[in-house]
Design a protein around this ligand. Structure first.
Ligand code: ADP
Ligand code: GN1
Ligand code: MG
Length: 374
């Protein structure tokens, strides 16, 4: 896309002043993110723009509608100070929840001449994300952040959210997709993944627990973020506190254990999601304890006893679902996730399996960590 075409898109939003510059930003696997700089009568202001991936989100207007519902609910709640901890009350609301900017015609997305959907947020200044977990202190903070997000949404009573990607965290569907990829072997890669497939096969039945719980009603349906990766949590550069959960594309109905689990998957491991040296991939128990401790501090009050009993299991299940999804994409010839090397998806699948094996080697201790945190 030419620069002037991109600039013309940004100018559709109700942003004032002179557009000075913009650049591509962020390293997610799905959407394309840009950061723009504007001069507003002498003050520099920045915005985040994202092109929604239409292959993944086939109804982008529903994605934006979900985000509006959720961000407005949280902002209203923060405005009344309900559920705020004393430390949080001094932080402006616009730093603690994403704020969508409308277009000049009042919509919250813009469709460009090529039919692509765009949205714009206030850029939260002087805040950063972490790619890998660094310390138990950081783990405690991210646990609190995800528990707080769940708490903020626990009383949501607005319009039902759209299921923008049907069966997103349904393990039955994810295994069905893996089975189909194996049967097709579109990229001729099947012979190289026999070990990984055998492991996932052994764990198939165990991995169904959250999906089955939602289906039989033993787990309640709430609102879930569905992508509570460590790098979707913004930290204030000045105070080091976790201030805002970003990347709200996948907010949908689901069990909150999807978020607890994805948090454990991404934040209990001190190696990267695509680490090639598998000896570095492990569930660090000290970090796991700090993470679940922080999480339960914020969420302990509203989780059911059954949900609490599945905290560690949710981490294992979400790691498994990502192993299944990455391996499926590898077999399909890398059609879903952005990759930067031919074995990228295979490497990602292998780190997930290594993380599950690390959890298994210390399973009783992990369960004890959760009990102690309670
Ligand atoms: P992706 O789906 O590609 O992961 P994200 O929404 O997570 O996209 O955005 C990518 C990166 O851009 C984030 O990790 C964060 O560093 C930055 N970012 C996104 N939105 C904002 C925002 N409103 N304020 C500050 N930084 C942001
Ligand atoms: C994708 O967009 P990003 O990189 O935050 C994916 C998540 C996975 C994650 C794995 C819509 O998230 O489900 O957990 O990669 N998002 C979608 O890193 O599929
Ligand atoms: Mg992200």
């Amino acid at each position: 896309m030419e620069n002037n075409e991109v600039a013309a898109i940004f100018k559709q939003f109700a942003l004032y002043g002179d557009l000075q510059s913009f650049k591509a930003f962020g390293g997610g696997h799905i959407n394309s993110t840009y950061l723009s700089v504007w001069n507003q009568a002498g003050v520099q202001v920045r915005y985040t723009h994202q092109r929604i991936n239409k292959a993944v989100f086939t109804q982008p207007e529903q994605v934006v509608a979900n985000i509006r519902q959720v961000t407005e609910h949280i902002a209203a709640k923060l405005g009344t100070n309900a559920g705020n901890t004393p430390a949080e009350t001094g932080i402006p609301i616009s730093r603690r929840v994403l704020q969508l900017i409308p277009t000049r015609s009042g919509q919250f997305f813009y469709i460009d001449p090529a039919g692509e959907y765009w949205r714009t947020y206030l850029f939260i200044e002087q805040a950063s994300t972490f790619e890998v977990m660094e310390s138990p202190e950081l783990a405690h903070k991210v646990g609190v952040a995800v528990g707080t997000f769940q708490h903020q949404l626990a009383d949501y009573a607005g319009a039902p959210l759209y299921e923008t990607i049907p069966d997103f965290h349904n393990m039955h569907s994810r295994y069905a997709q893996l089975d189909a990829a194996v049967a097709l072997d579109a990229a001729g890669r099947l012979p190289s993944v026999r070990t990984e497939l055998a492991f996932l096969e052994e764990n198939r039945a165990r991995g169904m627990i959250l999906s089955d719980g939602l289906a039989d009603g033993s787990l309640k349906r709430g609102i879930t973020h569905n992508d509570t990766k460590l790098n979707n949590i913004l930290f204030d550069d000045a105070t080091g506190e976790a201030i805002c959960l970003i990347d709200l594309d996948t907010v949908m109905p689901g069990t909150i254990l999807f978020d607890t689990g994805d948090l454990i998957r991404t934040a209990s491991n001190t190696a990267c999601e695509d680490e090639q040296n598998l000896s570095l991939v492990r569930c660090n128990r000290e970090i796991f304890a700090a993470l679940t401790g922080g999480y339960l501090r914020a969420a302990g009050g509203f989780l059911t006893a059954y949900e609490k009993s599945l905290i560690a299991e949710s981490g294992r299940v979400l790691t498994q679902i990502m192993a299944v999804r990455f391996l499926t994409d590898y077999l399909n010839g890398d059609v879903y996730y952005k990759i930067s090397r031919p074995t990228h998806n295979l490497d990602r699948a292998r780190t997930q399996i290594a993380l599950m094996q690390s959890m298994d080697s210390q399973w009783e201790q992990l369960l004890r960590c959760v009990e102690q945190a309670m």
